[in-house]
Ligand binder design. Structure first.
Ligand SMILES: [Mg+2]
Length: 167
């Protein structure tokens, strides 16, 4: 049995070690394990035992680039030392209050530029908290929506704002 390195190139790239008798079998193993339907390509640039499983969704997301930018901003200023989970949680709450301030005296009159800035502050700190706690923001939001779908079945919650415990 040979050892193959299979690069699974989805949203996050991952190199997998696979034992198989052939490249094709290695590819099939990975496809089966991850339920992949993608087209499989072999690249000449890779060494003989490397196989790339091509995924058309392969990309560095805007979120990845943004996270790097935030990280650099903080590293350049040596601010990571201040970013404990509790400090970041406080900052989220403070910025959320600043967002609310945009609507303080009127329900329908607000400066969109101010809203954009405060909303950005809130989300910036949310991303930083995810980073510090090693959480994937997309995963945790996805998981929470899955939970909420169970908590708020459509037949009971459609068109009503009642809390799940009172449905
Ligand atoms: Mg602010």
């Amino acid at each position: 049995m040979n050892k193959y390195k299979v690069e699974k190139t989805e949203y996050l790239q991952k190199i997998l070690d696979v034992e198989a008798y052939s490249k094709q079998e290695a590819i099939e193993q990975v496809k089966k394990k991850y339920n992949l339907q993608e087209e499989v390509l072999e690249s000449n640039d890779l060494v003989k035992t490397d196989i790339e499983i091509f995924n058309p969704n392969k990309f560095i997301s805007k979120l990845d680039i943004l996270k790097e930018k935030i990280d650099k901003f903080n590293k350049d200023r040596d601010w990571d030392q201040f970013h404990s989970p509790v400090n970041l949680s406080k900052s989220i709450s403070i910025e959320a209050a600043e967002l609310l301030e945009c609507f303080q005296w009127s329900n329908d009159k607000y400066e969109l530029e101010d809203v954009k800035e405060e909303l950005a502050d809130v989300m910036n700190y949310c991303l930083q908290l995810c980073n510090v706690l090693n959480l994937d923001p997309i995963d945790i939001i996805n998981n929470k929506i899955d939970k909420n779908e169970k908590k708020y079945p459509i037949d009971k919650s459609k068109g009503v704002s009642t809390k799940y415990s009172k449905l």
